[in-house]
Design a protein around this ligand. Structure first.
Ligand code: 2M8
Length: 438
């Protein structure tokens, strides 16, 4: 049996196109934004030049407004291999969009953290410094887009306008908003491609998918104009997205210092997000972070992995940090299953051990939670998460997600971010790679 390290390397190599890493060859045959960032964190451990190429190629898809799209379409792939494809988004006719077709929505801004990791993997080389110098203004404009154009609630947070923008697409967090505002809404004709290779019971329901299409086509039909978002039906301030943005600003502060530039604007931006996060998204009755429906101000009721990721915020009060950790260790998450961290609380009526983002454990959110726990000094939690992640991959291979109760692999196989982040877990935790069988 191959060693886990080499097996992970094989997955990344197999999904490498020469300029980017496909999340999985069959299910997701294009370049995805936050996948690319996670993948570069893995590449940084193997071949920093590939990590640099990955992030550079992603930012070639950046729009003039600073928007970094969720998908950069691969021109060599049949445009109908994935839905919604380039014909659906029609971005090349939009002023300021690149000539390469992209989607029109975004994903969580992990990129500054990935850029920093990429630089730090190879800090002595000119190529690495050139990379950082070239990417920094693009990161600034990306964060600027989110902070200026997406602060729809005018409270200092970036709002998402589609569940796919959260990265946790089918999370129960969005059920309430989707059900109330979209209901049986009519969608244009489409064929779901996401069911071709995966068990239907592991993917979103048809009703949820229809709601996704209705929302995306509405945004497209307004020309992706964010100033029109007041008539949008889905506007949500998500704790994971904003905690990641806060962290990204702190990473940019570090990058600015490395480049001899002023880090203070980034720290001030991070502080502002911190303030908004704790005043707008902390549910003081439930003692956890929640997503806020900007239209109504209502906070989401289901505890999810997103309730915990704001542990990334270094300025949380001690009381908040303790409450987040209490929930993380509880029977709802790490204390209630063999293979944490489940994406939805185990005792919630919304928990589904198989269905995408409604219960399964993902290596990407585990990596974020492990990063947050490590930074918060919660070493025991960090250890639990790193061990569970490595064990999952060791037992079930590089799957897209896993059953948190029995560790079975679900979704796509040979999944890139699972392989990439496994490399980071192995390298950071010092697990001897020659004993971890893959
Ligand atoms: C999943 O989302 C895409 C749409 O973006 C899909 O279901 O077709 C999510 O897990 C998302 O977070 C991820 O970036 C993407 C590609 O791995 O797949």
């Amino acid at each position: 049996m191959k060693h886990l390290w080499h097996a992970a390397e094989d997955v990344l190599n197999a999904n490498w196109t020469g300029g980017a890493t496909l999340p999985s060859r069959r299910q997701y045959p294009h370049q995805w934004s936050w996948d690319s960032a996670f993948n570069s964190i893995g590449w940084a451990r193997l071949a920093p030049d590939r990590a640099r190429t990955e992030l550079r190629s992603l930012f070639e898809g950046q729009w003039a407004s600073g928007r970094v799209p969720q998908i950069i379409f691969n021109p060599d792939v049949d445009p109908h291999a994935y839905f919604p494809g380039p014909d659906f988004w029609r971005t090349t006719t939009i002023a300021g969009a690149p000539p390469t077709p992209t989607s029109g929505i975004v994903q969580p801004p992990i990129h500054a953290r990935a850029a920093l990791a990429t630089y730090l993997a190879d800090p002595q080389s000119d190529a690495s410094m050139d990379f950082l110098r070239a990417l920094y203004p693009r990161l600034r404009s990306w964060h600027g887009y989110l902070r200026q154009h997406r602060d729809i609630g005018a409270g200092g947070l970036a709002a998402i306008v589609h569940p796919w923008e959260s990265g946790l697409d089918n999370s129960p967090l969005w059920d309430h908003v989707l059900g109330k505002r979209i209901g049986d809404g009519q969608a244009e004709d489409y064929i779901r491609r996401d069911l071709t290779h995966i068990d239907t019971s592991h993917r979103p329901t048809d009703a949820d998918y229809r709601a996704y299409v209705v929302l995306a086509s509405h945004y497209r039909d307004t020309g992706y104009r964010d100033e029109k978002l007041n008539d949008h039906r889905f506007i949500v301030e998500d704790p994971l997205f904003n905690a990641v943005l806060l962290d990204a600003e702190l990473c940019c502060a570090r990058i600015a210092e490395l480049l001899g530039q002023d880090p203070r604007p980034h720290r001030a931006a991070a502080r502002g997000i911190h303030h908004a996060l704790v005043t707008r998204l902390w549910d003081s009755e439930a003692n956890r972070f929640a997503a806020r429906d900007v239209r109504t101000g209502a906070l989401s009721q289901t505890p999810t992995i997103g309730s915990l990721i704001p542990l990334l915020d270094p300025w949380l009060t001690q009381q908040m940090r303790e409450q987040v950790l209490r929930l993380a260790y509880s029977e709802e998450f790490a204390g209630g299953c063999e293979y944490p961290m489940p994406s939805t609380a185990l005792r919630s009526p919304d928990f589904d051990r198989y269905r995408y983002w409604r219960g399964p454990t993902w290596i990407s959110t585990n990596w974020l939670m492990w990063t947050a726990a490590t930074a918060a000094g919660a070493d025991e939690l960090a250890g639990i998460i790193a061990r569970a992640s490595i064990e999952l991959v060791d037992r079930a291979g590089f799957r897209e997600y896993y059953d948190p109760l029995d560790g079975a692999g679900l979704g796509s196989d040979l999944f890139s971010w699972t392989a990439a982040l496994t490399l980071d877990f192995l390298a950071s935790t010092g697990v001897p790679t020659d004993t971890a069988a893959g």
